[in-house]
Write a protein that binds this ligand. Structure first.
Ligand SMILES: Cc1ncc(COP(=O)(O)O)c(C=O)c1O
Length: 385
């Protein structure tokens, strides 16, 4: 029998389309190659313009976690107060990063499946002088989205001196945010809504964040230092660390595809397709961890229907056999459901294939859904796309 190819539906890495794969397969050139320098420079300028950044954009080899450390390292110093707003596993990750750096951390935690309000953040920030706050735009463990624009508006009005650090790892390119919403450092990485393979961290720093970095003098971190990378980002013919040449080409193609689609249109597509996709899963009896008003457009946590008798590990193994790679839930959600990404360069075939595979996996695991029930809902939604 012909083997069913596996759709990569975990919440990152996401499917990498052929034209991006082709860039990774190109013959590598010297980092001093004139064509590569022009490509790299163009990519950085595009990222700056597209995300409305008045400061600097960075593309550096590394993961999302490295971007988290790079963000914190460049705009805070040991002994300062930082407020970590966490609504999940990845929000909590800032606690370790900030504590190791010698920052005085306070944590505003939202119960999993919920998110804090700007008013709650305002109340915390009013208690003492903070240098910065961190907010996770979409927490990949809960599928909940934070109200970035409303938080930015609140900060502008109520705490204009507090720097706003946003983890957009599972958001940028799939869930809307712009630097001019009052964000000081925004970061993501290649393998999520950009639809590129893992390997690159992408950061944007406001003018104010760049000034804060300058005011810190020499910082303990070397590889992460904005001051080391700014000259390279403005003139990639200079050297600091070897650029990930083929990955930079791949990201450039990813950004070209985003420009072709239009960033705003892409954000709207993610919202529409997520709603259709979730409705199809709901028709099969699955429920999202996030409530309707705080659901991320980029990924979802689907709890197994009560009484379905589905065993998590067996279901996900069956789903993989049926052609869809999914992710298990983390920490307090472990075993209760599974995670599916629906971000990046996802087309109608991918969505149809995913729901069809979920239906077959349910039936094969003994949960007797009506075949075609989820697909019908999905198809009805996709007709309008
Ligand atoms: C919101 C968020 N932040 C940070 C990270 C860490 O990124 P990485 O695994 O690339 O280090 C992830 C990873 O999934 C994430 O979803």
């Amino acid at each position: 029998m012909i083997k069913t190819p596996k759709l990569l539906m975990i919440p990152g890495p996401t499917p990498v389309v052929r034209s991006i794969q082709d860039q990774m397969a190109r013959e590598t050139v010297a980092f001093g190659d004139a064509g590569f320098i022009a490509d790299f420079k163009g990519l950085v300028l595009d990222l700056k313009a597209m995300w409305r950044c008045d400061g600097e954009a960075f593309v550096v080899a590394g993961t999302g976690t490295m971007a988290m450390e790079m963000a914190v390292a460049n705009v805070t110093k040991c002994g300062e107060n930082i407020l970590i707003c966490s609504h999940g596993f990845f929000g909590d990750r800032f606690i370790d990063i900030c504590t190791r750096k010698g920052l005085k951390t306070d944590v505003l935690k939202a119960a999993w499946g919920t998110v804090y309000t700007p008013e709650q953040i305002d109340a915390e920030l009013s208690k003492k002088k903070y240098s910065a706050i961190t907010v996770t735009h979409v927490d990949t463990a809960t599928g909940v989205i934070a109200p970035i624009k409303a938080i930015g508006d609140m900060l502008k009005k109520r705490h204009p001196d507090v720097l706003f650090i946003v983890d957009a790892v599972a958001a940028a390119g799939g869930a809307e945010s712009w630097m001019d919403w009052g964000i000081d450092v925004l970061f993501s990485c290649s393998q999520k809504a950009f639809g590129v393979a893992p390997g690159l961290a992408i950061l944007w720093a406001s003018k104010r964040a760049v000034e804060k970095r300058k005011s810190l003098g020499t910082i303990p971190e070397s590889y992460f230092d904005f001051e080391r990378w700014i000259p390279i980002m403005n003139d990639p013919s200079k050297y600091w660390g070897t650029p990930a040449i083929n990955m930079i080409w791949a990201l450039k193609e990813g950004v070209r595809l985003i420009k072709e689609e239009g960033l705003e249109e892409r954000y709207e597509r993610h919202v529409r397709q997520a709603a259709i996709f979730v409705s199809a899963m709901e028709a099969l009896g699955f429920k999202t961890a996030a409530s309707k008003d705080n659901r991320a457009p980029t990924l979802s946590i689907f709890f197994y229907p009560e009484g379905s008798g589905i065993d998590d590990a067996a279901f996900r193994a069956k789903l993989a056999e049926e052609g869809v790679q999914s992710a298990g839930c983390l920490a307090e959600y472990a075993g209760k459901g599974f995670r599916l990404g629906h971000m990046g360069n996802i087309d109608k075939h991918v969505l149809v294939g995913t729901i069809a595979s979920v239906e077959r996996a349910c039936v094969k695991c003994g949960y007797k859904v009506e075949l075609g029930k989820g697909l019908g809902v999905l198809q009805a939604g996709l007709v309008g796309e």
